[in-house]
Design a protein around this ligand. Structure first.
Ligand code: AMP
Length: 528
C-alpha cells in the first residue's frame, strides 16, 4: 500500500473520474489545494478500462488487458460505447449472470474508488464523473448509475472538454481567452469552444462523434495486416477471437510506435502461418485519412455553429491520447493556424478538471446548506478576490422538443423547446392549443434530437394532464421545460388550474429498484 501524501482530515472527500473508453484516470485536490492524479494500486497514473472476469472476481486494468489475448472470452472492453443501452440491447454474460453497460462501468469505477481510498488512506464519499459533451440523456444517466452502483455520491456528470478547460484555465483565470478543445480519445471525438473570462468558464459550442476514436485507427492497422495475411495464406485471421485479440494488441503497439517513429513492423502468426508487415507512418496516414477528414469536418461544423472564425480563437487545447498522433496535431494546426497548448497532459487534464469541479460542487453545497464540509483553505484556493466561486456554464448539446400535431400537413412534428447550444440552467415556456375539441387529456411527448420528424428523435418521456370536459379545439395548455446544471430535464404542464410535473424518467438504463438489486449483486463480486 502506498503512503498518503495528504493527511488533512475532512468530512467529505471527493474525486474526479475520467471514465474513458480505453483508459480511466482519477484525481483529487490535495491539502495544498493542488489537483493531483491518484495512481492506481499498480502505481500507474491511468488505468485501462478493461475487465477480466475470473470466477467471482473482476480484475480491472493492465492485468486484465494483458490477458485479453489468452482469455478473450473472459474480457470486456470498450464498454463506454454501449452506455445508455438497455440490458436487452447490450449485456455480457459471466458465471450465468448478464451485466449491463452501467454495471460493467460500475465495476471499473469500483476499482478506481478502492485504489484511491487505499492511496489516500481515507474513504471517498463523492465524485464528479466526466462524459463526452456529445453524450445524450440516456448515456449521461447510465454514467450516473455506474457511479452510484460503485457506492459513490455522484455530485455531477460533466462534459470532458469542460473539465479539460477547467484544468487548463485554473491558473489562467485572470487572462481572458477563447480555447478550442479538441478531444480525441479511445472511442469518442468531441470538439468544444470554451471562453475563459473573469473567473467564468463558459462553453460556447460543441459537436462530436461518439463513435469515432483511437479504436478506429487501431482497426485500420488490424484490417491492413489481416488483408495481407489473407493475400498470403488465403485465410482471414480475424475470425478466431484469440487471433483477433493478439493482432489487435500488436496493432495498438504499432500505432503508438508510429507516433514516435516513421516505421514499425508487425508480425502476426495464426494457424501455424505468419506474415511480417512493414508499416510506415506515411502509409498509415494515407489509410486512415478518411478518419482525419471526419475530425476536420466536425471542427469546421462547430466553428460555423459558433459563428466564429479561427482568428477569434486563442489556443487549441488537445486532450485524449489520440492527439499524440502527429497527423492529428498537424491537421488541427493547419486548419486553425493556431498554437497548441502544451501545458496540459492529454491523458490527465480531464480527471484533474473533474476533481476541480467536485470541489466547486462541494463548496456550492456548503453555501446552500450553510455547513462546512471542506477545509477553509480549499475555499480560498477556489474563490475569486471578492470571495465568489469560479463559475462554469455549460450549454445543451442536443435539442429538447415536444411532439405536436400540424393540422395543415396532417402529421406530427417536433417543436424545439430548448435548442441545442443554449446555456444551462435554462427555463422555457410555451403555450400550445389542443389538437381536437373535447380532448380528455393533454399528453406531452418529450423528445431529444435535431430533427423535426418525431421518429428521428429519441423519446425521453411523457407528461400527461387531465383536461376539463367540452374544451374547444385550440384550448391553451402551458408547457415549461427546465434543464438544470446537472442536465436533468423537468417538464411541467399547466392547464385550467391543474398542474403535472415530471422529472424526465429516462427510458433506457436502470430503474431505482434495479439499481438497488444491481448494487447488492455487485457487492458479491471482488473487484481488484
Ligand atoms: P483516452 O481515451 O483519452 O485515454 O485515449 C486513448 C487513445 O489514445 C487510445 O486509442 C490510445 O491507443 C491512443 N493513444 C495513446 N497514446 C498515443 C500515441 N502516442 N499515439 C497515438 N495514439 C495514442
Amino acid at each position: 500500500m502506498s503512503a498518503s501524501p495528504d493527511s488533512t482530515p475532512s468530512v467529505r472527500k471527493a474525486i474526479g473520474i475520467d471514465l474513458g473508453t480505453t483508459f480511466c484516470a482519477i484525481a483529487h485536490i490535495d491539502a495544498y489545494g493542488k489537483p493531483q492524479i491518484i495512481p492506481n494500486s499498480e502505481s500507474e497514473r491511468i488505468t485501462p478500462s478493461v475487465i477480466l472476469f475470473d470466477g467471482n472476481s473482476a480484475i480491472v486494468g493492465t492485468l486484465a488487458k494483458q490477458n485479453a489475448v489468452s482469455e478473450p472470452e473472459k474480457i470486456v472492453d470498450f464498454v463506454k460505447r454501449e452506455m445508455g443501452k438497455s440490458k436487452g440491447e447490450f449485456h455480457r454474460d459471466f458465471n450465468g449472470k448478464g451485466y449491463s453497460a452501467e454495471e460493467l462501468s460500475a465495476i471499473i469505477v469500483k476499482k478506481l474508488k478502492n485504489d484511491a481510498e487505499k492511496y489516500l488512506g481515507q474513504g471517498i464519499s463523492d465524485a464528479v464523473i466526466t462524459v463526452p459533451a456529445y453524450f445524450n440523456d440516456a448515456e449521461r444517466t447510465a454514467t450516473l448509475h455506474a457511479g452510484q452502483l460503485a457506492g459513490l455520491n455522484v455530485l455531477q456528470i460533466i462534459n470532458e472538454p469542460t473539465a479539460a478547460a477547467l484544468a487548463y484555465g485554473l491558473d489562467k483565470l485572470d487572462s481572458d481567452q477563447t480555447v478550442f478543445v479538441f478531444d480525441l480519445g479511445g472511442g469518442t471525438f468531441d470538439v468544444t469552444i470554451m471562453r475563459i473570462e473573469g473567473h467564468h468558464i463558459r462553453m460556447l459550442a460543441s459537436n462530436g462523434d461518439h463513435r469515432l476514436g483511437g479504436k478506429d485507427w487501431d482497426d485500420v492497422i488490424v484490417n491492413w495486416v489481416a488483408e495481407e495475411f489473407d493475400k498470403a495464406h488465403g485465410e482471414n485471421p480475424l475470425l478466431d477471437l484469440q487471433s483477433y485479440q493478439d493482432l489487435y494488441s500488436r496493432a495498438v503497439t504499432g500505432k503508438l510506435q508510429l507516433s514516435g517513429r516513421s516505421r514499425s513492423t508487425i508480425v502476426h502468426s495464426y494457424n501455424g502461418r505468419s506474415v511480417k508487415i512493414d508499416l510506415t507512418r506515411e502509409d498509415f496516414e494515407a489509410r486512415s485519412r478518411h478518419l482525419l477528414e471526419k475530425c476536420k469536418a466536425i471542427c469546421e461544423i462547430v466553428m460555423q455553429e459558433a459563428q466564429m472564425t479561427w482568428p477569434q480563437i486563442d489556443r487549441i487545447l488537445l486532450t485524449g491520447g489520440m492527439t499524440r498522433m502527429p497527423a492529428v496535431r498537424e491537421m488541427i494546426s493547419a486548419i486553425s493556424g493556431l498554437p497548441l497548448a502544451e501545458d496540459v497532459s492529454p491523458d490527465e487534464a480531464v480527471a484533474i478538471g473533474a476533481a476541480i469541479q467536485a470541489i466547486l460542487a462541494l463548496l456550492g453545497e456548503e453555501d446552500r446548506l450553510g455547513e462546512r464540509v471542506l477545509p477553509i483553505e480549499t475555499r480560498e484556493q477556489f474563490s475569486t478576490a471578492d470571495g465568489g466561486l469560479i463559475r462554469v456554464t455549460n450549454i445543451t448539446t442536443h435539442t429538447m422538443g415536444v411532439v405536436l400535431w400540424d393540422d395543415s400537413k396532417v402529421e406530427e412534428y417536433v417543436f424545439p423547446m430548448i435548442k441545442k447550444m443554449t446555456p444551462i440552467p435554462v427555463e422555457t415556456k410555451n403555450s400550445f392549443g389542443t389538437a381536437k375539441a373535447n380532448m380528455k387529456n393533454a399528453i406531452v411527448r418529450v423528445v431529444e434530437g435535431e430533427s423535426t420528424v418525431p421518429s428521428e428523435c429519441t423519446p425521453l418521456g411523457v407528461c400527461e394532464i387531465e383536461l376539463p370536459p367540452f374544451l374547444p379545439k385550440g384550448s391553451p395548455v402551458e408547457l415549461t421545460y427546465r434543464y438544470d446544471a446537472n442536465q436533468v430535464l423537468e417538464v411541467t404542464v399547466d392547464a385550467y388550474g391543474k398542474q403535472n410535473r415530471v422529472f424526465i424518467a429516462r427510458t433506457t438504463g436502470l430503474s431505482a429498484g434495479e439499481i438497488a438489486t444491481a448494487t447488492a449483486d455487485l457487492s458479491q463480486i471482488k473487484v481488484m
